[in-house]
Structure formats: structure tokens, C-alpha cells
Design a protein around this ligand. Structure first.
Ligand code: IVH
Length: 671
């Protein structure tokens, strides 16, 4: 997650390219998260992308893309669902984060009711952490269900809501002619754990947390999938007692109070028992309990004035710290982390938590065997806050940072005054693996069929020791290994073959040159064209590159003057790795694929997958690595595999090379 380094006035080009990169990344991860429910990056990293995008758009308003994710929040573009206009907009709620904010809200509400009317009652409800839906009944029959969307227009998810057993499909005789009920669709914690359990046994990736899983499950094209997810529903809008008599599930913790002091103790009570619930909540909703007063108070553009959400602080839980271990990153950094008895906190089950560095462990004095307090504030990495000293077992000892690397046994080193400890052994197996994993990853060389498990296997079998070995890997030995059929060996062979002519920017990023992220790698690639020139790079060649700060220039220069790295580059060249710079400049007239997302799979005849992706991008389209509901076409060659299944699941048309050529030329498919 590398940030752009834009300091000058005349760096619009770079800002533009980073903006489009960020837009693409956000859309890609957003889709994995919401569309498919299998996020690939941490939420905190996703937030960083968002923040960077918003900052850049603020700084360069003239460059903002009208199709930027920031302009299409709510994600209702390109969805496979029909639009539903809400007759009454689905609003949000204002928040109070402490008791003072809550009481100034009540004062404000009271002041606004200019007459002598006193608010005589408040209702308090739990704030369920799921997703809001509006369900419409006509003559007592469920006719439509919609998501919130942007508040005005949502998505038609009727078929899927019909699969939720909590939702009544037919109301009693007393049902009015038309009724719209609003409430929260959610996934219970037990149902969430059971779902992940069964996914694990099928070798499917597990879901991150109940809320996103609920959202992903409700937005399935195939309602059978939704039905299999055991979603639940709480109704919360339109007079509660009435709702209950109509057959809606009303949460048993909803209470009405006449004295505001009772509201405060209700909140405290909920704060203490939230862990005992089988569903997640992130606050308490306090509403003025009088429809006439509600009407009088009205709403702002965003939220009703008669209700407020009291947000509960991030969750903390205690669990047993089994042990403290040290992980070695691809650059050799040794990071201590806690192995915990799994605990459900902040929306997911946590089994490990970072302890950052040696000083942090010392300062917190957490010891193996301790009961510790764990926090997952919103969506950040779980952390161990402190030990519960009163519960400390008799025989614990302060933890000592190991003196040698757990992977290679070499001495660990820490520079005076620095927080980090390092394993400086370039040959450390953990570092070797880390370097190779990064090199083959989707953001870098994108070698399909080269996942972490395979990297581990190939390294431990002695098949590869550095990234150049990938290009002379012994396929005969691989084909004798368990789990490698003829097809998977061929696919791997093809993917590696393709990587030989990969874009130079991707190769540079893949080499983990310090301070060189995707943007800088691309920048260098545009300025140097090929490896041969880069091998002889001088400091002054780098200094003149617009947008490349002195620190980065120095880092690149040092990397290319290090003998070990020069050797590696020569080895790569000898093995036929000959990357070329990809020109990012687009010709406006050729943007025939603008707005399209075309995923490429299988073996194509006339061009490589990488070439096809390049063509798509050059013509203004996008070509992510996986199929989703937002994919326009799947371009499939021979042996497309799982992507074809995905295309079928999401109803994505599959096209062949001939159709693709037509598409490039005319921007549409042959009739
Ligand atoms: S009342 C005008 N009651 O919170 C909106 N909302 O942050 C009136 N929510 O979009 C909403 N539990 O999805 C209400 N007991 C509850 C709720 C609740 C969860 C959600 C709802 C809303 C969001 C606002």
C-alpha cells in the first residue's frame, strides 16, 4: 500500500495515475468485500486507500473522476439487481459518543418543540449491526424488499429476503392495505461461526465478520445461496407493538422509559451484556416515543431529529495468552505476536494479535499464561492491551525477546535507538519465502497458480531459492509431487512463461526494492524502458525523474549497485526474463472499452493473458483477477477453470477471442 509522492505543482499526471489506480483498487477490494464476502486485505488497509483517494481528490479537485468510488457510494452502479425507489427515504442516524453528547441532544430536541410539550417517553433499542432493508406489503402480502442503497434508491432483493425465515411473508387480517416495514437483516454469531466452520471443511476461504457476510449473502444473484446462510431479521420501524401483532420479530430488549435517567442506566446495562447476545450490536438507538412529536421534529437531510444512535466503545475481551512468538517478515523484520485462545471480539474470531516490538512487550509486561485484554477497535488489527494482573498465574515470567531467528537460527539484531529487531540473514528461509510470495503475487508478477502454499512447498523441497529460480523450475519433479495433475503443471508452466515478458513496472515492484511501491515502480519503468539500462543506472539519472524524491532515488540506486542484486538481474535476463515498459498513455479515441470490466482466463491463441489485459487497460477498461457481479465479460481461452463457474454464478457473458477482437474494434459484440 504505497502512497504517491506528489510534492510539486506540475505533477497532475502522477496524481491522475494514482487516482485511477486507487479507484481500481478500491472497486476491486470493495467487490471482494461486499460482493463476494471474501476480503483480501485488512479493513484498516482498505481505509487507508480510501483516505488517500479522498485526500488526493481534495488536493486535485480538477482531476476527480466522475466515476470515482467516492462519487458512487452505496455501490448501486453496475449491480445485478433492479433499482427500487424508496417512497420514504431510508435515512441514517446521528451519533452520540458519550453521555454528554446524549444529554445535549435531548436538550436540543426539547428546545425545538417550542410549545410546552414535554417529551414524556423514550424508547431504547439495540442498534443492530447488519444491513437495513425496507419490506413492502400490499394487502398483507410481501411484494418487495429493498436494500438501503443511497437512501433514495436501493436494490431489489425480494427473492433473497423471501428466504429469511424471520420475515413474515403473509400478514394477519389486521394488516393495512400497504405497509412498509424497516429493519435490520443480520447474521447471528452462532450462524456465522457455523458457516465458517463448514467453509473451512470445504477448503473455502472464511468470512471476516457477520455484518459483511450478511451484506454479501443478501446481495447474491442466486437466492439459494442466501437461503443457505441462515440470515435473521429484526424489525424496528413503525410502532413496535403494532409490528409485533403483525408477526414481525421485535427484539426483546426494546424498552420504553419515561425518565431519562433510566435511559442512561439502560445503556450501561446493555454495555455490560452485549457479549451475551448471539448477534452483534454497535450501539443503542434512542427514539422520542410519540409519533406526533416525531412528525413535529421532522428530519434533516441525513437523519431524523427524533432519534440518535448512542455508539458503544470498541469491544474489549479477555482471553488466555498461550504464547508469544516472533514472525519474520520478507525484509527480515522480527515482530512479536501473541498466540491467543480464540476469542470473538470486534466482529471476528481472533487467535493472534500483534505485539508490535520488543519495547511494547516489555512495557505491557504480558506473559505467556496471562489472562489478557484484547481489543479490536472497529476494523483494525487486533491488539493485546494489557494483562489482568489480579488473575496472573503464579509461575509466569517476563517474556524475553529471542536472541536468534526462529526460522534460520541466526542472531537477531537491533540497532540502538530503533524499535525494530531484524534477522539480517538474506538466506533465511522465511525471508526467501516472503520475497518469492511477494514476487508472484497479484500486484507484482501475477503468476497464477503460485499461491503461498506452493511457494512454501517449492522452497522446502529445494526447488526454488530465489525469484530467478522460478524461471528454471524443474517441472518434471513438480509433476511427480502430490497434488499436481497434468493440467495444473501445464497451467503453471504457461503462467511462468507469460511472466517472462511481464511489464517492467510489475517486475520492479516484485523485487521489493525499499521504498518502491507500484506507483514508483511504474514511474521508473516509464523512464528506463528495460532492465539493461537500469543495471547501469546512475544517481543523476534518477534524480531528474519528476516525482521521485531523493530518498527513493538513493534507495533505487543503492539497490542496483549491490552486487547481489545485479547478479539476480543478470540471472533473470539469462533465463529469458525480458520485461518491457508499459506505456500508460491512452489515446482518447481508442478507449472503446471504457467502463467495461473484462476478466481474462485460460490459454488464448493469438495473445497472452497479460497482453489481453494490457489491451483492455489501454482501451480504458479494467481487468481484475477475479470474476464478480460487476464483470462485464469473461474472456476465456482453453481451460478457463473456476472463473467459468464464477461467470455462470454471476451471469457474466463468456466471450472468445474473436468476439474480443470485435469488441476492441467496435466497442460491442457482433450481432
Ligand atoms: S431506526 C431513519 N433502529 O442504523 C433511520 N435503526 O446508523 C431510523 N439500525 O440505517 C433507523 N438498529 O440500518 C433504527 N434499532 C434500530 C436500529 C437501526 C440498527 C441501523 C439502520 C440505520 C442505521 C443508522
Amino acid at each position: 500500500m504505497v502512497k504517491g509522492n506528489f510534492s510539486d505543482e506540475d505533477d497532475d499526471d502522477k496524481a491522475l495515475s494514482r487516482l485511477s489506480e486507487l479507484g481500481e483498487l478500491i472497486r476491486f477490494h470493495n467487490d471482494l468485500y461486499h460482493g463476494q464476502g471474501v476480503p483480501e486485505i485488512l479493513d484498516s488497509d482498505f481505509d487507508l486507500l480510501w483516505r488517500e483517494l479522498l485526500d488526493l481528490e481534495k488536493k486535485y479537485p480538477h482531476l476527480a473522476d466522475p466515476n470515482s468510488p467516492s462519487a458512487t457510494v452505496g455501490g448501486r452502479k453496475n449491480t445485478p439487481f433492479a433499482e427500487v425507489k424508496h417512497h420514504v427515504p431510508m435515512q441514517s442516524l446521528d451519533n452520540a459518543f458519550d453521555k454528554d453528547q446524549l444529554s445535549s441532544w435531548t436538550d436540543k430536541v426539547q428546545r425545538r418543540l417550542e410549545t410546552e410539550q414535554k417529551i414524556s417517553a423514550w424508547t431504547c433499542e439495540l442498534k443492530f449491526d447488519g444491513l437495513a432493508v425496507s419490506i413492502r406489503y400490499e394487502k398483507g402480502q410481501l411484494v418487495q424488499a429493498a436494500t438501503r442503497g443511497d437512501g433514495f434508491i436501493g436494490e431489489d432483493v425480494t427473492e433473497n429476503v423471501l428466504t429469511i425465515s424471520d420475515v413474515p411473508k403473509i400478514l394477519g387480517k389486521e394488516a393495512p392495505e400497504v405497509l412498509e416495514v424497516r429493519g435490520e437483516v443480520y447474521l447471528g454469531i452462532e450462524a456465522f461461526n457455523a458457516l465458517n466452520h463448514s467453509r473451512a471443511s470445504l477448503n473455502e476461504p472464511s468470512f471476516a465478520n457477520p455484518r459483511n457476510t450478511a451484506a454479501g449473502s443478501l446481495r447474491q444473484k442466486d437466492s439459494k445461496v442466501t437461503a443457505s446462510r441462515n440470515l435473521s431479521f429484526w424489525a424496528y420501524q413503525i410502532g413496535a407493538t403494532w409490528l409485533k401483532s403483525l408477526g414481525f420479530p421485535i427484539n426483546e430488549h426494546a424498552k420504553k422509559f419515561t425518565d431519562f435517567k433510566e435511559v442512561v442506566s439502560y445503556i450501561e446495562n446493555i454495555e455490560n451484556m452485549r457479549h451475551d447476545l448471539d448477534y452483534e450490536i454497535d450501539g443503542v438507538v434512542i427514539k422520542v416515543d410519540d409519533l406526533v412529536l416525531q412528525k413535529q421534529l421532522g428530519t434533516t437531510a441525513r437523519a431524523p431529529r427524533w432519534a440518535i444512535a448512542y455508539k458503544l466503545p470498541p469491544e474489549e475481551r479477555t482471553t488466555r495468552l498461550i504464547d508469544i512468538e516472533v514472525s519474520i517478515g520478507p525484509g527480515g523484520q522480527a515482530t512479536p505476536f501473541a498466540k491467543l485462545e480464540p476469542v470473538f471480539v470486534g466482529g471476528s474470531t481472533v487467535g493472534t494479535a500483534t505485539l508490535h516490538n520488543a519495547d511494547q512487550v516489555k512495557e505491557k509486561d504480558v506473559r505467556p499464561g496471562d489472562l489478557v485484554v484484547v481489543r479490536k477497535a472497529g476494523d483494525v488489527i487486533p491488539e493485546v492491551l494489557r494483562p489482568v494482573i489480579s488473575e496472573r498465574p503464579a509461575n509466569t515470567r517476563p517474556w524475553e525477546f529471542p536472541t536468534s531467528c526462529p526460522a534460520c537460527k541466526e542472531q537477531l539484531e537491533r540497532t540502538e535507538g530503533e524499535a525494530a529487531t531484524f534477522c539480517n540473514n538474506y538466506e533465511c528461509p522465511r525471508q526467501i519465502r516472503g520475497r518469492i510470495e511477494h514476487f508472484v503475487s497479484r500486484g507484482a508478477m501475477d503468476i497464477e497458480g503460485f499461491g503461498e502454499q506452493r511457494v512454501d512447498l517449492f522452497v522446502s523441497e529445494g526447488l526454488i531459492n530465489d525469484v530467478s529460480d522460478i524461471f528454471r523450475i524443474d517441472f518434471e519433479r513438480i509433476s511427480e509431487m502430490e497434488g499436481f495433475g497434468e493440467l495444473s503443471v501445464t497451467n503453471l508452466k504457461n503462467a511462468i512463461e507469460e511472466a517472462r515478458s511481464m511489464d517492467l513496472g510489475r517486475l520492479l515492484f516484485g523485487l521489493r526494492i525499499p521504498h518502491v511501491g507500484t506507483t514508483v515502480a511504474q514511474l521508473i519503468s516509464e523512464n528506463f524502458q528495460d532492465l539493461e539500462v537500469l543495471k547501469k543506472v546512475q544517481m543523476q539519472d534518477l534524480e531528474v525523474i519528476d516525482g521521485l524524491g531523493p530518498k527513493i532515488a538513493m534507495s533505487v540506486f543503492e539497490w542496483f549497485t549491490n552486487e547481489r542484486n545485479v547478479d539476480l538481474i543478470s540471472r533473470l535476463q539469462h533465463l529469458g526474463v525480458n520485461p518491457k515498459s508499459e506505456s500508460l498513455l491512452l489515446d482518447d479515441q481508442d478507449k472503446t472499452l471504457l467502463g467495461m470490466t473484462i476478466v481474462v482466463t485460460g490459454r488464448l491463441q493469438g495473445l497472452s493473458r497479460e497482453e489481453a489485459r494490457k489491451i483492455i487497460k489501454e482501451r480504458g477498461g479494467k481487468s481484475p483477477g477475479s470474476v464478480s457481479a460487476k464483470t462485464t465479460y469473461l474472456l476465456a481461452g482453453e481451460g478457463g477453470g473456476s472463473k467459468l463457474e464464477q461467470a455462470e454464478k454471476f451471469d457474466v457473458p463468456v466471450i472468445d477471442e474473436t468476439a474480443f477482437e470485435n469488441l476492441i474494434k467496435n466497442g460491442n459484440l457482433p450481432k
